[in-house]
Write a protein that binds this ligand. Structure first.
Ligand SMILES: Cc1cc2nc3c(=O)[nH]c(=O)nc-3n(C[C@H](O)[C@H](O)[C@H](O)COP(=O)(O)O)c2cc1C
Length: 420
């Protein structure tokens, strides 16, 4: 009896060591990885409102490999960019590099976890090495149910190939975690039975990871279906026994609720996605004032988006998440093609001058857009006459509607950046 108790105490106090540049996920309420909704200004906003750590959006290994890393002196960010892979459909003066990942080396220092989409230990290591010295951890996405992820064997598909998933984690631990002294972690979903989930969690905990997040839904479950927490206590228990921190995820609404659920289910911390996407002041406790009105959150978000020259298309999308859909201003924003107009519509007068400068840098000021549209018109006319003369329509296609997105959403600004 005494031996059983001693053994239990020994295992429960075990902890996988947290590397020097890593971070312990214990006692943390964190921002979830979210494609589109987890870009830099959203992460900075979550940190401002008290998120303890922030996950970046899933970035696929192959899209990171081959990027150039630069310090951007205008935004004080580190940018990972590459030449567009679309066959250079925009003529040279307008053509800009595609921004694959942007992080803030000081504001996010020690708090950013880079999430990778991968199905290969070699590619995962190659991609993770590029960003390893600027983040506190690398997390493997083993929970995304979308076909673009699972069809390549990534995301939730990895739950069906646990040996492959474990080999990816082992490779990352050895070749990235140990070398850069950061933590490696994984985010999973529930399997169909507690027995299968338990076996998976044991396998993953044995790879040397420092943290595991469980999204308390199975792969086929849709986001609107309530998270199921019956397996959570068991998963947290296995993690504790193996010395791995366990974050719970799924339908956690705010910091106070997170702390209560963590206590109830024996997890080490909690991760919030949808509630933070709608209003990231959910990271403030009630004692700190709790949820803020949307106008205040939008104002703060806009300041951050401007500071880091966030792509307008992404900012516009985020604003649509942060604002109540029924308002007239929500509809007005839908027609805005840049920051200046948006700040005017939102009556953020103190930001209008900065907004004009950012529009210029992104190449989306009203004048730039007018020139661009004129160039498109001219090119179309030229191609029509070329076609009439028996030529190809190839270049005409290159001025399709996509170019608008490429100009406003993918350009990273013409500002020269320094390699780091
Ligand atoms: C817009 C959006 C994008 C997401 N992108 C990712 C992602 O890149 N990687 C990932 O592991 N999960 C992703 N998720 C899932 C969330 O991280 C989280 O697991 C899920 O939404 C459940 O948490 P919630 O109930 O708090 O929303 C995404 C969710 C949303 C809403």
């Amino acid at each position: 009896m005494l031996r059983a108790l001693t053994n239990a105490m020994a295992t429960s106090s075990r902890r996988v060591p947290i590397p020097k540049n890593g971070v312990d996920y214990r006692n943390k309420i964190v921002l979830a990885p979210m494609v589109r909704s987890g870009e830099l200004p959203s992460r900075l906003l979550a940190l401002k409102y008290g998120a303890d750590l922030v996950w970046g959006p899933e970035t696929v290994d192959r899209s990171m490999i081959g990027t150039t890393k630069r310090f951007n002196p205008v935004t004080s960010t580190i940018d990972f960019t590459r030449s567009p892979s679309n066959g250079s459909r925009i003529p040279p003066p307008v053509q800009k590099e595609s921004l694959i990942y942007r992080l803030h080396p000081t504001e996010e220092h020690g708090k950013l976890i880079f999430q990778i989409g991968t199905a290969s230990p070699e590619l995962a290591v190659q991609a993770a090495k590029l960003v390893a010295e600027n983040v506190a951890g690398i997390d493997v996405n083993a929970g995304c149910p979308k076909p673009f992820s699972t069809s390549g064997g990534m995301g939730a598909a990895l739950l069906q190939t646990p040996e492959l998933l474990a080999s990816i984690l082992r490779a990352l631990v050895k070749e990235v975690g140990e070398v850069y002294e950061i933590g490696i972690s994984v985010k999973i979903r529930l399997l169909e039975t507690p027995e299968r989930t338990a076996a998976l969690v044991r396998t993953l905990c044995a790879t040397g990871i420092t943290g595991l997040t469980v999204h308390c839904r199975t792969t086929p479950m849709r986001p609107r279906e309530r998270a199921i927490r019956e397996q959570l206590r068991m998963i947290a228990g296995i993690c504790r026994g193996e010395g791995v921190a366990c974050l719970m995820n799924g339908d956690v609404k705010n910091r106070d609720e997170a702390l209560q659920l963590v206590e109830e289910f024996g997890a080490d911390g909690a991760m919030i996605a949808t509630a933070a996407e709608a209003n990231s002041s959910c990271f403030r406790s009630k004692a700190e004032g709790g949820l803020l009105p949307w106008r205040e959150v939008v104002h703060e978000y806009m300041k951050l988006a401007l500071e880091v020259d966030n792509r307008w298309g992404n900012t516009k999308f985020l604003l649509s998440q942060l604002m109540p859909g029924k308002l007239q201003i929500y509809k007005d924003l839908a027609g805005c093609k840049g920051y200046k107009r948006a700040c005017e519509a939102l009556e953020l007068d103190n930001l209008c001058d900065q907004a004009r400068e950012v529009d210029e840098r992104l190449g989306i000021s009203e004048e730039q857009l007018r020139h661009f549209n004129e160039a498109i018109k001219k090119a179309k006319t030229k191609n029509k006459s070329a076609k009439a003369a028996g030529g190809q329509m190839g270049r005409d296609k290159s001025y399709g509607t996509n170019n608008k997105n490429l100009l406003s959403e993918r350009g990273v600004g013409a500002t020269p950046a320094m390699a780091v």
